[in-house]
Write a protein that binds this ligand. Structure first.
Ligand code: GCW
Length: 667
């Protein structure tokens, strides 16, 4: 039985003997151009992969000579003078041998995983030549992991990092983590929570993190740390953490030096400051730029960067949280050091199942902006609900900001092409944990996978990624592949329908799981449900047009035009921007109330459809995974009904309307 540990790197034997033999003819040996650790990792991965896929042990050799019929992993600086492959791009070709060529070992490693993917997905080697260059330079996972072993918003067990055992004991699982990431092109990992403990900057923890870095390095992955801004006070014994104070600056400079001594390829710092109660430069009357530039100065002698998060909003129930990041950050455009990237969540609020793109994208032309996506399913059903996230990511990346006219997509902002940034980055909040299968729900592995693939090449389609993931991870039986891919592609829309349809924003509750639309009190005045959904006797939704908060004014006129008229605003965004009367007829022909009920009911009902579809693929799926997902889908169905009912019964106290007749039947 398959416990899910091997992810998409399963390398199960190809069942079709003829196909196996055909492949085998091209894999009589694996030759390497040198024996650096990274090239040897590539060669060994290929060896393990071929052993599994072809059932054949293929020798690794160090001298190609005149031999043909094998693979040559060739690290060759300057191999191409036509195309700029950079440090990470690779080329694959076939003539006599299969050649994987790259300027650096890590490029060869990526090419090797791509070759394996070719075979795993049953593609013909005649599809070569093939080349690939990442569109974004820093492709990171952000782990919200704490010193005590917990993960903030983690639903797959505790942290992977065994702090108590490190640095002396190095769990072999760290290698597998690195392999999985390298296979999808992830080249950096922030190991600790952005709500950071200062302990990560103590010598004790630097040594632990260095032990992880020692494993990750030979898979092309650099480690980064989230920093606690007042660390100079808490662990440095200084009286202040004012970023303009010379002693504070010296403290960071010395600390950074200490880190680089232990981790020579350290990637840099990620900072959450003056955000949700975390301290920051504003505590000293300084700006985000002052804080970020101080860290950039400390990193100046090294190849490291600062990723400064723009996730800020005030505890003000009268303000519109939607507008906060744009208000605070756009005035700072041009004030950041060249080592600083400002990291922006995809949407203006917070990883909701559907949000419009953040209006910061495109509006800071002098500052590199990076994208922060959330892979872990904080608002998309934790580990029980099956939600394939590639469509969420793509929807944002493909949104047009119109900053420099039509075609100024969010993707073109973050890949640097629009404003000519060379420093480009993307981050995904990880969904991994200590669960044997890494992500709790086996289907959530696809979200980790899809994030990595899109970070490398955002032009890939959600469908293509789903298709290859299914083939590599679950089955190659064509009908089952089709059924599961289809399920994946519909899963997000189904979730939105029973969770937050028509642009409804998700009410807060403690753990961010069930909607509790009735919630009126919380730790902060803006953390109530009513703040977000704005239900009243007239209607529902947040007016963000000129008659309301006017958040729409933060977008270009072309974008405003799409959203600012309630008659023409696409339904998925309607309640994000408009307070709509219950009885208003929508473009669907139904009233708001009837449309809401229709979505909630068909959404919950569609989970039943998901269960039926899944039942059909049983013969093609490993029994352990099949049973696991079957159980989760049952829970998902129950919970979808809860969510539907809690919303509808609550909203009905305002709408005073009956549930439409077709839905007045037992489930
Ligand atoms: O929405 C919030 C999450 C917090 C998280 C925060 C952030 C790490 O609920 O758990 O803190 O976003 O992104 O900083």
């Amino acid at each position: 039985a398959d416990d899910g540990y091997r992810l998409w790197l399963k390398y199960d034997l190809i069942k079709d003997v003829a196909k196996r033999e055909e492949y085998a003819r091209s894999f009589q040996f694996i030759a390497v151009s040198n024996q650096s650790p990274i090239l040897m990792n590539a060669a060994q991965e290929l060896q393990v992969g071929l052993q599994g896929l072809l059932g054949k042990s293929v020798p690794i050799i160090t001298d190609l000579g005149k031999k043909t019929g094998g693979v040559y992993l060739n690290e060759h600086q300057g191999f191409s003078n036509h195309i700029k492959y950079g440090d990470e791009g690779y080329m694959m070709s076939k003539s006599g041998n299969i050649f994987i060529l790259a300027n650096k070992g890590v490029g060869v490693l990526y090419g090797t995983f791509a070759l394996l993917r070719h075979i795993q997905t049953g593609q013909l080697l005649t599809k070569l030549p093939y080349n690939s260059i990442p569109k974004i330079r820093y492709r990171l996972l952000n782990h919200w992991d704490n010193t005590n072993g917990t993960i903030e918003r983690g639903y797959a067990g505790g942290t992977l990092w065994k702090w108590y055992e490190l640095p002396a004991t190095v769990d072999p699982r760290y290698h597998d983590y690195a392999r999985a990431n390298a296979s999808i092109g992830i080249n950096g990992t922030v190991v600790n929570n952005v709500n950071a403990s200062a302990r990560f900057l103590t010598d004790e923890y630097i040594q632990k993190v260095a032990a992880l870095a020692n494993v990750f390095r030979d898979y092309g992955i650099r480690v980064y740390l989230s920093v606690y801004f007042p660390a100079p006070k808490t662990i440095g014994g200084l009286k202040t953490a004012d970023p303009l104070d010379p002693d504070v600056r010296k403290w960071w400079t010395d600390k950074t030096k200490e880190i680089y001594k232990a981790i020579p390829d350290f990637g840099g710092f990620l900072v959450k400051a003056n955000s949700e109660g975390e301290p920051g430069p504003q505590d000293y009357g300084r700006t985000h730029a002052d804080g970020a530039n101080m860290l950039a100065e400390a990193l100046a002698p090294y190849d490291g960067i600062v990723m400064w998060r723009a996730f800020v909003y005030k505890a003000d129930p009268k303000a519109d949280r939607f507008k906060a990041a744009h208000e605070e950050f756009t005035p700072l455009d041009g004030k950041f050091d060249k080592k600083v990237i400002v990291q922006v969540k995809n949407g203006p609020i917070d990883f909701q199942p559907r949000e419009p793109f953040s209006p910061l994208f495109g509006n800071m032309p002098k500052t590199p902006l990076s994208m922060e996506f959330q892979i872990t399913q904080e608002y998309t059903g934790f580990a029980t609900h099956w939600v394939y996230e590639a469509p969420i990511f793509k929807e944002c990346l493909e949104s047009d900001t119109y900053i420099n006219g039509k075609g100024s997509t969010v993707a073109s902002v973050i890949d640097g092409s629009l404003h000519k940034y060379t420093m480009t980055a993307i981050a995904g909040v990880a969904n991994t944990g200590s669960d044997r299968n890494w992500t709790g729900n086996p289907m959530a592995q696809a979200n980790w996978y899809a994030y990595g693939r899109l970070a490398w090449d955002h032009t890939l389609s959600s469908e293509a990624i789903a298709n290859e993931w299914v083939k590599m991870t679950l089955t190659s039986e064509p009908k089952a592949v089709k059924t599961i891919t289809d399920l994946m592609l519909k899963s997000r829309e189904i979730y939105v329908d029973y969770n937050t349809p028509i642009g409804l924003s998700r009410p807060w509750s403690g753990v961010h799981f069930a909607p509790e639309p009735w919630q009126e009190k919380s730790a902060r005045p803006d953390w109530t449900a009513i703040y977000y959904h704005r239900a009243d006797s007239i209607g529902l939704g947040f007016d963000r047009t000129a008659t309301g908060s006017d958040a729409l004014a933060q977008y270009r006129p072309e974008v405003q035009k799409q959203w600012n008229n309630p008659e023409t605003c696409p339904l998925p965004y309607l309640l994000w921007f408009h307070h709509v009367p219950w009885t208003k007829k929508l473009s669907s022909g139904r009233t708001l109330w009837n449309e809401l009920c229709t979505r909630f009911y068909t959404g919950a009902d569609s989970v039943k459809w998901m269960q039926q579809q899944w039942a059909q693929v049983k013969p093609a799926i490993d029994p352990e995974i099949f049973a696991d997902v079957t159980g989760r889908l049952a829970t998902q169905h129950t919970e979808a009904i809860w969510w539907r009912d809690s919303w509808i019964l609550y909203l009905q106290t305002y709408s005073k309307q009956p549930i439409p007749a077709p839905f007045q039947k037992p489930d």
